[in-house]
Design a protein around this ligand. Structure first.
Ligand code: PEP
Ligand code: MG
Length: 972
């Protein structure tokens, strides 16, 4: 049977930092720290496999686990010289969750386990501190009762029943803080707690430490499936199958008096990336006090001048340096000082904002503290969109300041500017966010507020420090956040936020700046981020923006590693220019129908459509009765005239549009997709619009109205669209081809650069469809080249967006120089779910029934739709080994789908212009991941410093060179 329990501590460590999957992030970090000589209180980790077995076994612990746990406890007893439940020197433990990816505050923790009426007395005698002993005991009962016995507050506006008892005691004495309560008060609080437990559960509070431990381990495993953990996993795409590990660790006490304390620190600033020691601590407190945001802690630098703790600050500064060197990344660590001795409780790669990510990556790679591979591997591609987030617009901000609207300044915890309606509860934030931006304000946030935080544009709290729950979670979500705005009073009952003589009611506007901590009354306009100002608006010089130089460093690094080309979906020159500024290497999809909506061209399109059916009828009759040509021409002269005239008018307009794109893209490839949507989408729908069109075309109202109705389709997505339009009305494809070649020739003549058109035929399912369209395109190309006396290179390919095309890719590839996966339609047709209507039931499938893990229209259904893609890739390459393969559905900008496409060996992904940076990083990240997996480095090698780059990393670099060559070939 696989090993289920891994010890850690000086000289007894069994695991290592490479075992994240098995030991969870915390367990692996503790094992690695202990191995590398940091002072870690000993303990053991119960593996994530036990969690998986627990759920597979209908929430029952696997047989024999208790025995394994007892054995491990015995080792810890030996190691520490303490006994679990012992009457002389009792061992107390902390029980914590620890998933592969950290999920801050989402699962449960229990401290001081092992205390009961007897051991508490020993603890009192040993520590010579009754207050400390009883305070530890009351904390334990409170935590255990909440987590294991489920005695909790009824809703978010009610107080924790245990806190009510404490508050009563405080009020009785007129104290402000818990730590002012004397020993006898704590004793009576404990009695009241025990009475509450008996009342609520019908059983006394458990006193046997092993029973306590069994309950705690079960509760931590169970917390993997609590609502907030599920919600968090969904948001961050953490697979449910991973499960959590449980860490049982001997307790050290930060609440032993004034030479004790506890804190959380980052080796660099996680909000800005500044290379500064960043963190906070509380004297005479336990770890949870810092994270919970109940007491506002002190800045870590204040420890340098805190009596009894000065030397610990020095030690911590060494630890800070040592950690970065050993772990090769910015670390987020927890420590406790017990009687002036420093203990490390946890370390992990720190979560950071996108702003901090680019700065830390650039700085640490330059300082040779981080490998370039890790800089890419540790990116959160999705979060990069934060860099494009707005800031306050200067004038609007100044006006607010002049008008004295600045209410207060809290701690900046999540950068960016947000303005929105003030909401006090998660429920309101969620509800109101459907009508406009919301800013959630709470005294302090707890994991129950997660829903509201997700919905809000910004979060502000009155209490808590920069590593409080609100700060950690907001930073990760990329939300604007201000914490510890201690001057404000948030009154949940009256719905008013007050600060001195200023107040804002719920429902009114509030503005916050998460980069400075400012909280302002009213609405302040926002302005684009520096990146937008440099890259898009060009209102700022690159050298003037620190953010831009860091971003640029990371992007260039990413480009070294990625194998996938990055293209964009753009149909307007401005979009194309923006995308190129973000790093796009070509257009992967120009939806030509989008060009038809501009100006009065929609009228010509409508004219063409209104007469298309009659024109087709005329052609069909002509084919059957060629002898009646004159007769038929007379009979159909009105539709013939309108249809042809509309196309003639559209031709130069389309040509001009294409010229705009070719000009914007230079010699980069431009993939133009021929008309795709069902024709009725272009037609007027209401009476006034129909009337208007009939007037413009000088055709009776009934006539237009009748065509509109006749073109109605029950399933337009499966109807007369895609290449089916070009097959039935080849004149449309002919017009588009002529416009395209004329545009390419005109731009080539003017710019002395050859545009690279790639013509893409949509919705092909039959080989013959593509063959017919290909013949037409090639004929028009020949005619246009002959007229211009110049030949240009071009490609013709198809979208693979219906299953038949994927299955028969081998045949289809005979006529296609490239395939581009239209995964929007491919998902729709493979799943048999309309992309327009699936929204009605997909949320239920995802959130309630758990049938799909994520929305398949956003993240590729890899095992279903992905399977068809695999078949198409194989089929296409069989016929045409050098076939170019891309993706242009929405999935082309989704990191998980990009990783899949990287694995398939596609040549490029194409996404919307503003997703290009995300796609660049995601493509690089998947390539690095693939390389590192292939080189199968030793578990600890990954953690090696950049200076000590292992052979493995060097060989990875050699591979990059080879892959670059492959990429260059693919890009052609
Ligand atoms: C697709 O189907 O994936 C695609 C890109 O085409 P459209 O969304 O225009 O149908
Ligand atoms: Mg499509």
């Amino acid at each position: 049977m696989a090993k289920r329990v891994y010890l850690f501590g000086k000289g007894i460590t069994e695991g290592n930092g490479g075992q994240r999957n098995l030991l969870g992030g915390k367990g692996a970090g503790l094992a690695e720290m202990a191995k590398r000589g940091f002072n870690v209180p000993p303990g053991f980790t119960i593996t994530t496999e036990v969690c998986t077995a627990y759920y597979a076994n209908k929430r029952k612990m696997p047989a024999g686990l208790n025995e394994d746990v007892k054995k491990a406890v015995a080792t810890i007893e030996k190691h520490t010289g303490k006994q679990f439940g012992g009457h002389k020197n009792p061992l107390l433990v902390a029980v914590r969750s620890g998933a592969r990816e950290s999920m801050p505050g989402m699962m449960d923790t229990i401290l001081n386990l092992g205390l009961n009426d007897t051991t508490v007395e020993v603890l009192k005698a040993k520590s010579n501190n009754g207050r400390f002993a009883y305070d530890s005991y009351r904390r334990f009962i409170q935590m255990y009762s909440g987590v294991v016995l489920h005695i909790e507050r009824a809703n978010e506006n009610q107080h924790d029943p245990f806190e009510v008892i404490i508050e009563e005691a405080r009020n009785k004495r007129g104290f402000k803080h818990d730590n002012q309560l004397p020993e006898e008060d704590l004793k009576s609080i404990i009695e009241k707690f025990k009475k509450l437990v008996l009342e609520k559960t019908g059983k006394p509070f458990p006193s046997d430490p092993y029973k306590q431990l069994e309950g705690a381990i079960g509760a931590v495993f169970a917390s993997w499936m609590n609502d907030r953990a599920i919600l968090y996993r969904r948001k961050y795409k953490i697979p449910e199958e991973w499960g959590t590990a449980v860490n049982v660790q001997s307790m050290v006490f930060g609440n032993m008096g004034d030479s004790s304390g506890t804190g959380v620190a980052f080796t660099r600033n996680p909000a800005t990336g500044e290379n500064e020691f960043y963190g906070e601590f509380l004297v005479n407190a336990q770890g949870e006090d810092v994270v919970a945001g109940i007491r506002t802690p002190l800045k870590i630098s204040a420890m340098a001048t805190t009596p009894n703790l000065e030397h610990c600050y020095k030690e911590l500064c060494d630890v800070r340096k040592h950690l970065e060197k050993e772990f090769g990344d910015m670390q987020d660590f927890e420590f406790t000082i017990e009687n002036a001795k420093l203990y490390m409780l946890q370390t992990r790669n720190g979560k950071r904002t996108a702003r901090a990510y680019v700065k830390i990556a650039r700085d640490m790679v330059n300082q040779k503290l981080m490998t370039p591979e890790h800089a890419i591997e540790s990116a959160d591609p999705e979060a990069l969109e934060q860099l494009l987030a707005p800031v306050f617009q200067k004038e609007s901000y100044q006006k607010a300041i002049n008008a004295n609207l600045l209410i207060t300044k809290g701690l900046p915890a999540g950068p960016g500017a947000a303005t929105g309606t003030l909401a006090f509860t998660a429920e309101k934030a969620e509800r109101w966010a459907t009508h406009g931006p919301v800013v959630l304000a709470r005294v302090e946030t707890s994991p129950e507020d997660l829903r509201g935080m997700l919905a809000a544009k910004g979060i502000v709290t009155a209490k808590g420090g920069v590593s409080s729950h609100a700060a950690v979670v907001a930073r990760q979500m990329g939300k604007v956040c201000v914490v510890g705005a201690s001057e404000i009073d948030i009154n949940y009952n009256t719905g008013v936020l007050t600060c001195g003589d200023k107040s804002i009611k719920e429902g009114e506007f509030i503005s916050i700046n998460g980069s400075t901590g400012e909280v302002l009354n009213g609405k302040i306009d926002t302005a684009p981020s520096e990146l937008i100002q440099v890259l898009i608006d060009k209102t700022m010089a690159p050298k003037d923006s620190e953010l831009f130089t860091e971003y640029d460093f990371v992007m260039k690094l990413a480009d070294k590693y990625r194998k996938l080309g990055i293209r964009t979906n753009a149909d307007q020159p401005e979009q194309a220019i923006n995308a190129v500024a973000f790093g796009a290497e070509g257009i992967g999809l120009c939806r030509t129908e989008h060009m038809f909506f501009k100006g009065d061209r929609i009228d010509y399109v409508r004219e063409m459509i209104i007469f298309a059916a009659e024109y087709a009828e005329y052609k069909s009759k002509l084919a059957q009765r060629p002898g009646d040509a004159v007769l038929l021409e007379n009979e159909y002269h009105i539709p013939i005239m309108h249809f042809k005239q509309a196309l003639e008018k559209l031709l130069p307009i389309q040509q001009e549009d294409f010229e705009g794109l070719f000009n914007a893209m230079g010699e980069r490839p431009v993939t133009v997709r021929y008309l795709d949507p069902p024709l009725h989408e272009f037609l007027p729908q209401n009476k006034d619009q129909i009337e208007d069109l009939s007037r413009k075309l000088n055709v009776p109202f009934e006539r237009v109205s009748q065509t509109v109705h006749s073109l109605h389709e029950s399933n337009p997505m499966l109807g007369h669209r895609g290449c089916r339009l070009g097959i039935v009305y080849p004149e449309i494809s002919e017009m588009q081809s002529r416009a395209l070649f004329r545009a390419a020739l005109a731009v080539a003549a003017k710019n002395k650069k050859s545009p690279k058109p790639e013509i893409m035929i949509p919705l092909v399912g039959f080989e013959r469809e593509l063959e017919l369209q290909l013949e037409l395109v090639n004929r028009v190309a020949k005619e246009e080249f002959a007229a211009a006396k110049r030949v240009l290179e071009y490609k013709v390919g198809t979208m693979i967006e219906i299953p038949r095309a994927a299955i028969l890719a081998e045949q289809i590839a005979k006529h296609a120089q490239f395939f581009s996966f239209g995964t929007n339609d491919l998902t729709q047709t493979t799943l048999g779910m309309s992309r327009d209507d699936a929204g009605h039931f997909l949320p239920f499938y995802e959130k309630e029934a758990g049938i799909v893990k994520s929305n398949p229209f956003a993240t590729l259904d890899q095992i279903g739709v992905g399977k068809l893609m695999e078949i198409a890739v194989q089929g296409g390459r069989k016929t045409r080994p050098d076939i170019k393969l891309g993706i242009c559905g929405e999935h082309g900008g989704d990191p998980a789908s990009i990783e899949f496409c990287n694995g398939l060996g596609l040549s490029y992904v194409s996404c919307s212009p503003f997703r290009v940076p995300v796609a660049r990083i995601a493509a690089a990240k998947s390539a690095v991941k693939e390389m590192l997996a292939a080189t199968a480095t030793k578990p600890t090698a990954k953690k090696a410093t950049a200076k000590k780059a292992t052979k493995a990393v060097k060989s990875v670099k050699a591979k990059v060179k080879v892959k670059k060559t492959v990429k260059n070939v693919r890009k052609k």
